[in-house]
Design a binder for this molecule. Structure first.
Ligand SMILES: Cc1cc2nc3c(=O)[nH]c(=O)nc-3n(C[C@H](O)[C@H](O)[C@H](O)COP(=O)(O)O)c2cc1C
Length: 195
């Protein structure tokens, strides 16, 4: 596997996190998964509204078939070998000091994304891999997960132990590697946006 190289020094757990598709069929305990949700818990959010919500199933456990059944066939083909599947949702309204009623949150998806990133990094530190997916049936997810009004389904992800790439179909083996990134100069600008 090509090792990633940072242009500026960053922590190894950031540089080394990547999204594999080959998983060993390891089991994850509820408590190991809860450690990951604990990491998500401490994410920053607008007005500390903490809009992230997670619905999960452990491989072979309650809800596993229903939750993995929401993924598109491509994602199902590899994600069903992971140890847990988790759906990330967000609450679209929040309480603020200036209003007695909830107001729409501008940043519910952004805040949920921050929580997911914290979780993914804690997973990396703890020896677990994660792989996010938007390839799923979002309408059906609302039904199957019993998502109430006022919440958005953001994405799903799996958690597992990285397996050997040889167990994947050939086409996927070629993609089983740490992907590169554009340089900082292409996305961080001083004073003005540079197109
Ligand atoms: C919101 C989101 C949705 C994604 N959806 C899918 C997906 O449906 N199927 C898939 O195989 N990978 C999916 N990915 C994985 C990305 O392709 C991957 O994160 C990206 O190529 C960067 O690679 P890395 O995570 O290995 O660094 C998704 C990632 C994110 C963050």
């Amino acid at each position: 596997m090509t090792a990633r190289k940072a242009d500026h020094p960053v922590a190894d757990f950031i540089l080394n996190r990547w999204s594999p598709r080959s998983f060993t069929e390891a089991t994850i305990s509820k408590s190991d998964l809860e450690t990951l949700f604990e990491a998500a818990r401490w994410a920053p959010s607008s007005y500390n509204s903490q809009p992230w919500r997670f619905v999960y199933a452990l491989r072979g456990g309650k809800g596993w078939d229903a939750l993995t059944g929401l993924l598109n066939p491509f994602n199902q083909s590899w994600a069903t070998h992971a140890s847990a599947i988790v759906f990330l949702l967000s609450k679209k309204t929040m309480m603020v000091p200036t209003s007695p009623d909830p107001i729409p949150s501008r940043s519910h998806s952004l805040d949920a994304g921050a929580a997911w990133a914290m979780l993914a990094l804690q997973a990396q530190i703890n020896g677990w891999a994660t792989h996010a997916m938007v390839g799923l049936d979002f309408d059906k997810a609302v039904e199957v997960l019993h998502v109430p009004e006022g919440y958005a389904v953001e994405m799903a992800f799996v958690v597992g132990k990285t397996g050997p790439k040889e167990q994947l179909p050939e086409a996927l083996q070629a993609r089983e590697m740490q992907s590169p990134r554009m340089p900082v100069s292409e996305f961080a600008f001083e004073a003005q946006f540079k197109a």
